[in-house]
Design a protein around this ligand. Structure first.
Ligand code: ZN
Length: 331
């Protein structure tokens, strides 16, 4: 395989293509000690990725009974092959918050996917006729239950001369967590900070609340750690981490003012606000927007609206189950 690179002594990055997905590929990482291996994330549940997984495991001499798989968060491009690793006897580590949600992915009519449908209705997406069956998270999800060992923020995972602390990087998902080696200023950050693309921040329901606010807090947390070696899950590796954090914070500041502008122009539903925002995608307009991406775009606009609401800038009213946001006029 020519897509394996040693990015740090005993840390290998394996690029796994995600065909037809705007993310393009996922960086799976393998940390080696003399006889043990720690793998980080898996790629989608597809035959092609399964074959590539067998290839890199072979090439990197990964022995299942002496290996661990750490899953940064629940998304199917990170967890799709969890059942394969579980059956091989690889011990799986995952933060509880996302593991519990991931266990709901199997059932089409279970809580997770019916919530996604409920949110789409609240966001005014009924007329887009989105089908769960076309959702990439649904199509490439793990199909069976799995065993895992809880690793939550504050817990340690040691391998070779690496001492990783699990750290809370929630925002992108309710329970995403990274692996941080304090001594080496090194962090595996999942989808928290990416080069070239901005991580998607979604509305995860009113119980989870202001996910964009949580994301900002965890961006600032990483800035305070002064990371020298950052290993993100998609696209190229970032050299100047703090500069990238500032870019991401500024990006969302611009997105928040775009959201306010849309409300000023009279948009009220999440769908209308989404249509008025600028999206870095080749589609000319909302009708041409790939259906599978409409969920992510609307979820992201919704996260911005909910952040503005948490700041007291806007509020919503519910009409026939659909949310209508309005700016709060301060006297
Ligand atoms: Zn993700």
């Amino acid at each position: 395989m020519n897509n394996i690179v040693e990015v740090y002594k005993n840390i290998y990055k394996v690029e796994i293509p995600l065909k037809g997905n705007p993310l393009k590929y996922i960086n799976v990482y393998v940390i080696k000690s003399e006889d043990e291996s720690l793998i980080i994330d898996t790629g989608f549940n597809t035959d092609e990725i399964l074959e590539l997984t067998k290839e890199y495991m072979n090439e990197l001499n990964i022995i299942p009974s002496k290996s661990h798989l750490y899953l940064t968060h629940l998304h199917s491009d990170h967890t799709g092959l969890i059942n394969y690793f579980d059956k091989l006897g690889v011990e799986i580590y995952m933060p509880d918050v996302d593991a519990k949600l991931l266990k709901l992915f199997r059932e089409r009519h279970g809580e997770h996917w019916t919530n996604i449908e409920k949110y789409a209705h609240m966001q005014g997406l009924d007329e887009d006729e989105l089908k769960i069956e076309d959702h990439p998270g649904y199509k490439f999800r793990p199909r069976e239950d799995f065993n895992y060992t809880s690793k939550n923020p504050g817990d340690m995972i040691n391998i070779g001369d690496f001492e990783f602390e699990v750290i809370d990087l929630s925002g992108h998902t309710p329970g995403m967590a990274g692996l941080y080696d304090r001594e080496k200023d090194l962090l595996f950050c999942g989808d928290h900070i990416l080069g070239e693309i901005t991580p998607n921040i979604q509305f995860w329901g009113f119980d989870v609340g202001d996910s964009l606010g949580t994301y900002f807090k965890n961006l600032e947390k990483v800035r305070d750690l002064n990371i020298k070696h950052l290993y993100g899950s998609h696209r190229t590796l970032i050299k100047d981490v703090n500069a990238r954090v500032d870019e991401l914070l500024n990006h969302h500041k611009d997105r928040l003012s775009e959201t306010v502008d849309a409300l000023k122009r009279g948009a009220t539903t999440v769908r209308d606000v989404t249509k008025q925002m600028h999206w870095d995608i080749s589609a000319k307009n909302w009708d041409e927007f790939p259906k599978s991406q409409k969920w992510f775009a609307a979820g992201e606009a919704h996260a911005h609206l909910e952040h503005l609401r948490s700041l007291g800038i806007c509020d919503y009213e519910v009409e026939n189950g659909i949310l209508h946001y309005k700016l709060i006029n301060k006297a």
